[in-house]
Design a protein around this ligand. Structure first.
Ligand SMILES: Cc1cc2nc3c(=O)[nH]c(=O)nc-3n(C[C@H](O)[C@H](O)[C@H](O)COP(=O)(O)OP(=O)(O)OC[C@H]3O[C@@H](n4cnc5c(N)ncnc54)[C@H](O)[C@@H]3O)c2cc1C
Length: 314
């Protein structure tokens, strides 16, 4: 039986692995395969990370994740490159079933399976992803390529509005493209964005095509009322159409919030089931950053260690 099983190989999973490995808990970590993105998590699909501490020149996302993986292994983490398809949290010890039908049991679980950003299902989006298109303005909006340029945010909820407002610090102008004639965002956020001199809301429009060959040069938009198409020249487009937390394998055995994120006790990673901890984006729809994911990964490891000690009467 394992002391700790960690599910997910993003910044939160690998940080939890470092801490539990160094606490001699010999963690077993499921890296994932395809269920909630690729092994290494969301940073594997991005380029330069400029805000993760310790890298004054920035670091490429995949390199950062390879470093985290190597560090976790160096401290003794064992990795399995498979998806977890099922967990049983109703009996103790907990069990974890992998995609190859193997079952593992564990005294504690750390769930760090992240959330997947929803993306527009367009061929041109795939082609230009990372070449002017991103799903995270907080992360990528400050890159030199976007400074003093016209940019677009696609969406109409709180996240889209926040991203648009964030971009006003760098962009010369921000278009907020929304498919309806009113925003879903809270009234306070709406007021801020509607009165911001740098933001123009483009109502009743959906993206038909991302334009450009090597780099994004514009958007082809379709009017949802008239059906007419127009082109909008922008060098950056940020999709803010929601995230899906990777919790399907939990199958209702943990308390989730209305959006499907794992509910953790305030200021901790404790979930609704004793001995199960959650870290990173799978329990956080507010910050969604690598450093906060790593921070909660550390918290989960420390809390799991403490829980094991208390159980053993140490
Ligand atoms: C385009 C983009 C750019 C970004 N840029 C930045 C940036 O510059 N700076 C920054 O701080 N943040 C950035 N972020 C956000 C950052 O990537 C996330 O906040 C961070 O990766 C969350 O870490 P995590 O460990 O919670 O989960 P993730 O990184 O999402 O990793 C989740 C892991 O769980 C695995 N998994 C999922 N389901 C299963 C399963 N059933 N079984 C086994 N494994 C599973 C996945 O394979 C993956 O390894 C960016 C995000 C995106 C999308």
């Amino acid at each position: 039986m394992e002391k700790v099983i960690i599910i997910g190989s993003g910044p939160s999973g690998f940080t939890a692995a470092n801490y539990t490995a160094r606490a001699n808990l010999s963690p077993l970590l499921f890296e994932g395969f395809t269920a909630g993105g690729i092994p290494g998590g969301q940073l594997m699909i991005t380029n330069l990370i400029e805000n993760f501490p310790g890298f004054p020149e920035g670091i490429q996302g995949p390199q950062l994740m390879m470093n985290m993986r190597e560090q976790a292994q160096k401290h003794g983490t064992r990795l399995i490159t498979e998806d977890v398809v099922e967990v049983n949290l109703k009996t103790y010890p907990f069990t974890v079933k992998s995609m190859s039908d193997e079952t593992y049991s564990a005294e504690t679980l750390i769930i760090s399976t992240g959330a997947t950003a929803k993306r527009l299902p367009l061929e041109s989006e795939k082609k230009l992803w990372g070449k002017g298109i991103s799903a995270c303005a907080t992360c990528d909006g400050g890159l030199p390529v976007f400074r003093n340029k016209e940019l677009a945010v696609i969406g109409g909820g709180d996240t889209a509005v926040e991203e648009a407002l964030h971009l006003t610090q760098f962009a010369s102008k921000v278009y907020l493209i929304h498919r309806r004639d009113e925003l879903r965002a809270s009234k306070v956020m709406q007021r801020r964005v509607l009165t911001h001199p740098k933001v123009q809301i483009v109502w009743n429009k959906v993206v038909e095509e991302f334009l450009g060959e090597q780099q994004l040069t514009g958007l082809k938009l379709k009017d949802t009322v008239t059906g007419e198409s127009v082109e909008l020249p922008v060098v950056g487009a940020f999709e803010a159409i929601g995230h899906v937390p990777n919790t399907a394998f939990i199958n209702g055995q943990l308390e989730l919030d209305d959006l499907g994120y794992i509910v953790t006790k305030k200021g901790s990673t404790v979930t609704s089931v004793e001995g199960v901890f959650a870290a990173g984006d799978v329990q956080d729809h507010l910050f969604r950053q690598a450093v906060t994911a790593a921070g909660t990964g550390c918290m989960a490891a420390v809390e799991a260690e403490k829980w094991l000690q208390e159980r053993a009467g140490i």
